[in-house]
Design a protein around this ligand. Structure first.
Ligand code: SF4
Length: 342
């Protein structure tokens, strides 16, 4: 049967996706920036890892993401977010039970994530055709930056032994497919999931690199709840070293992700608006990651949106304080006045 997934804190995994173009809430900002060398350290102090959702937010506007990390913000939860989260949770609960457990260390937290990956892998090998909320992680394109994500759904076809990713996106504003700008970041998201999943299937990740990045002790004993959970999963691992060996070994019995699908749902009535397929493009994904990682590692300055995407600024809570926007509008004004003098 399908084992229960362990929930630490749903939101600790990854933010749920919502319409990025939704009107801004009232947000208070101050112009005071925190000083730091690398944005990566701002995001995950000292731990050096990112969420897939940080990279998709970066695709929307890196400057906006940067402000959200550096400016003190008082955020109000948007109704769209809670409704979208509810829909994800409802689907997850339809797939498997969720149990809360007590964790006593960071090693326990990572053991729980590993078990949440191990459980669907085992069910697929036993013939289960679909599992939801699957954690995935790795070092895309060897940037020495650990990236974590949570895949909405993996579908398995036992006949062909193929795996497809289906990512659920809720639409709050209208019963239409999203704009090009939004679907581009959704494509990035599912391509990253495939990259992380495939790297695990190909055995391209070591327990030593994970432990080093997350500052975890490979031989530390787990707490009681994790020990019980490990036993329930039919394993007998005493520490992360043994657990990662088991999980990584099992991942190698799967095959790489075949199809990438995005399902758009209308929030009002949970009806499906449409399902689109994303064509995996490793070259584009690598170029995008290479460019984005330079920002995270502090190797280039932050960038805002291009002039063609200035519509994003209209729904941006940082528009009033945005230096990029100010610089771009001055450039444009200069260009226009030069043209009028010609
Ligand atoms: Fe990005 Fe525009 Fe917002 Fe500035 S105003 S942070 S460029 S979306």
């Amino acid at each position: 049967g399908v084992l229960s997934d362990i929930v630490l804190d749903k939101r600790s995994y990854e933010e749920q996706d919502n319409d990025s173009a939704a009107p801004p809430e009232v947000i208070q900002v101050s112009k005071k920036l925190k000083t730091t060398t690398r944005p990566l350290d701002l995001f995950s102090p000292g731990r050096g890892y990112l969420w897939v959702s940080s990279l998709t937010a970066q695709m929307w506007c890196e400057q906006k993401l940067h402000y959200s990390l550096t400016l003190p913000v008082v955020e109000v939860e948007k109704p769209a977010i809670s409704k979208g989260t509810d829909l994800h949770l409802a689907r997850e609960l339809a797939d498997h039970d969720v149990v809360k457990i007590k964790v006593t260390s960071n090693e326990d937290i990572w053991a729980a994530k590993l078990l949440n990956l191990y459980s669907p892998v085992i069910s697929f090998l036993l013939g289960t055709k679909m599992r939801r909320e699957i954690p995935i992680f790795g070092f895309p394109f060897s940037h020495n930056v650990f990236v974590i994500g949570l895949i909405d759904e993996i579908q398995f076809d036992p006949e062909t032994f193929t795996f497809d990713i289906l990512e659920l996106k809720t639409r709050s504003s209208s019963r239409t497919l999203p704009s090009k700008a939004q679907s581009k970041s959704h494509s990035l998201q599912v391509m990253l999931y495939k990259k992380l999943f495939d790297d695990l299937v190909k055995g391209q990740i070591t327990k030593y690199s994970v432990a080093q990045h997350l500052r975890l002790e490979l031989d530390k004993n787990f707490g009681e709840d994790i020990n019980n959970s490990i036993t329930e999963h039919g394993l007998s691992c005493l520490n992360l070293s043994e657990l990662m060996d088991c999980v990584f070994e099992k991942m190698k019995s799967l095959t790489c992700i075949n199809q990438l699908l995005l399902e758009y749902c209308f929030q009002e009535d949970n009806s499906t608006i449409g399902i689109t397929e994303v064509k995996y493009n490793e070259e584009w994904l690598k170029e995008t990651c290479d460019h984005y990682m330079k920002y995270w590692k502090g190797e280039r300055p932050v960038e805002g949106v291009d002039i063609e995407e200035a519509f994003k600024c209209q729904s941006c809570e940082f528009a009033e304080v945005c230096e990029w926007r100010e610089k771009k509008s001055k450039e444009l004004a200069r260009k226009n006045s030069a043209n009028s003098l010609k």
